[in-house]
Design a protein. Sequence first.
Length: 94
Amino acid sequence: MVKNKADLIDKAKVEALIKKDRVIVYYGNSVLDVTDFKHPGPDKVLIDANGTDMKEDFDETGHSRFAKSLLTKYKIGSIKDNDMEELLVFTKEQ
């Protein structure tokens, strides 16, 4: 686990988490491990979002302040832009 939530996580670490059946989503460049989060809406929402950037969908849904605060709680670090592009391709291939 990352000590400082602002720490950069390398692409290999994120790939390893996804391969370990962790539910990893991105909010922009933030990496969130939401494996243990119980979504109050449809159960499949986060599973279907695994390995994707959920920022646009999350923002358009109009989540509460509490829901937005959870972004910080589940953030495990940040990823560089060029790594993000490669991770999105990696996830599609899984």
